[in-house]
Ligand binder design. Sequence first.
Ligand code: FES
Length: 111
Amino acid sequence: MATTLPASKVIYNLGPLSRIPAGEGRTFQVEDTPIAVFHTRSGNIFATQAFCPHKGGPLSDGIVGSHKVICPLHAYKFDLETGEQVGNACEKLKTYPITLNEAGNLLLTLI
Ligand code: FES
């Protein structure tokens, strides 16, 4: 379900956080945009572009830890909060605001 806000922001309810085990990620197709959503072992949630800017690796299949994801194809590391690369020359990941509502559902904002 989508809610349209002023300034072209749209919030999408992606369902319960319990769909994503802690320490893992999942890919969601939101309209035309594939989004990777991560649930860290410390309980934080992050959303980024779904595919690695290096060669298109599926980031939600990467190793998630300490606010970082390691791409499953060539092991480039990215900060999940800022999208910045860590120790490689790859371009930055696009990140998206994501929160939980009182029912425990993931609310993603596309701008
Ligand atoms: S495709 Fe992600 S590091 Fe190469």
